[in-house]
Write a protein that binds this ligand. Structure first.
Ligand SMILES: Nc1nc2c(ncn2[C@@H]2O[C@H](COP(=O)(O)OP(=O)(O)OP(=O)(O)O)[C@@H](O)[C@H]2O)c(=O)[nH]1
Ligand SMILES: [Mg+2]
Length: 320
């Protein structure tokens, strides 16, 4: 990434200089007034292929009067290890949002920013009664499903669990045992045809239909194809479980593979073992996924934690 600082009489002049020196793809990192009333703008150009951020939006609409003290937020994003392109997008959107906030309160601006950038789902969103969970092996699919079934039960919503995992020995036994404890009906489908029929039937009988899929290695085409077939066959809210502590670039690469087969929402797991949420923020942004919920314990009784713009802002700012 190439970074350049420019001092100009006003923002329009600064933007023109940035454009001519760094080109159309430059991203504004910060802007502040100097003691002699000029404007100091830092801009960067990412030499890697940009994942999705279009800074032209900002260049046209940012107002010089909308300066918010963004240093702390920038430090927080760096601490969490958020990918540069995602951090730039968050900061640029925060600058846009700060134009409408008279008190320039960092938390308020961040909450609005996150609301604008990300989609958030409720755990028991009944508009999507069929929920399919996918992810790499051991990423927490079955645990998450058992937690959702528990939460549904507590809210007096009937649910059933369908397993399609015929790969790992004992995988069904474990989930079946959970289902028995929870007093939730459990079914097994060996292929997408069976699954399609079962889902049709279950949709009429239960409030929620929770589908578990085999844990896959996303770099093995044959394994991806298996889950892709399930995704294509049924209409469902498709949720990717992902260990929040994974390496960020690796996680984005994996996220993109799951996005290609239909994953729409991210369910970060093992957040209890993670202090930095750069992976979570980067995967959702780069793979265009909303947040479903977070898993913060291995204990099923603890349920999933809701993720929304407020809880996410709190995590980013590392507030207790
Ligand atoms: N600490 C912690 N452990 C978790 C969490 N979620 C799941 N686990 C643990 O991670 C392990 C794997 O979880 P599973 O739910 O079996 O993962 P899976 O994706 O269904 O695994 P496969 O079916 O083998 O692909 C288990 O030991 C869980 O108890 C979490 O949020 N926090
Ligand atoms: Mg499992």
């Amino acid at each position: 990434m190439k970074i350049k600082q420019i001092i100009a009489a006003n923002m329009t002049e600064a933007l023109m200089q940035i454009k001519s020196e760094l080109g159309d793809d430059a991203i504004i990192i910060s802007s502040e007034k100097t003691s002699d009333g000029k404007i100091l703008v830092s801009a960067a150009i990412d030499e890697q292929e940009e994942l999705f951020f279009d800074d032209k939006e900002e260049a046209q609409t940012i107002s010089p009067s909308a300066i918010f003290e963004e240093r702390h937020l920038r430090d927080c994003l760096e601490y969490h290890g958020v990918l540069d392109v995602v951090a730039s997008k968050i900061l640029a959107t925060a600058r846009q949002e700060s134009q409408y906030e008279t008190d320039k309160d960092e938390k308020k601006i961040l909450v609005k920013t996150l609301k604008k950038l990300y989609a958030f789902s409720e755990i028991l969103d009944m508009r999507h009664p069929v929920k399919l969970f996918m992810g790499t092996s051991g990423s927490g699919k079955s645990t998450a499903i058992a937690k959702v079934a528990t939460q549904a039960k507590m809210s007096k919503i009937s649910s059933c669990i369908i397993s399609t995992d015929n790969v790992r020995a004992g995988a069904n036994k474990q989930l079946e045992a959970f289902a028995e404890i929870l007093d939730v009906d459990f079914y097994f489908c060996k292929d997408s045809q069976e699954l399609s029929l079962k889902v049709k039937d279950c949709k009429n009988k239960y409030g929620l239909v929770l589908i578990d899929t085999p844990g896959i290695n996303p770099f093995i085409e044959k394994e991806v194809k298996r889950v892709s077939e399930y995704c294509q066959t049924i209409q469902a809210q498709k949720i990717l479980t992902m260990d929040a502590g994974r390496n960020t670039m690796e996680a984005v690469e994996i996220g993109e593979i799951f996005m290609d087969i239909g994953a729409q929402f991210l369910l970060p797991t093992r957040l209890d073992l993670t202090r930095r949420i750069g992976t979570v923020l980067s995967v959702a942004a780069c793979c265009d996924m909303g947040y479903y919920a977070a898993s913060v314990s291995s204990s099923i009784a603890n349920g999933l934690a809701e993720i929304n713009q407020e809880t996410l802002a709190k995590l980013i700012l590392s507030e207790d």
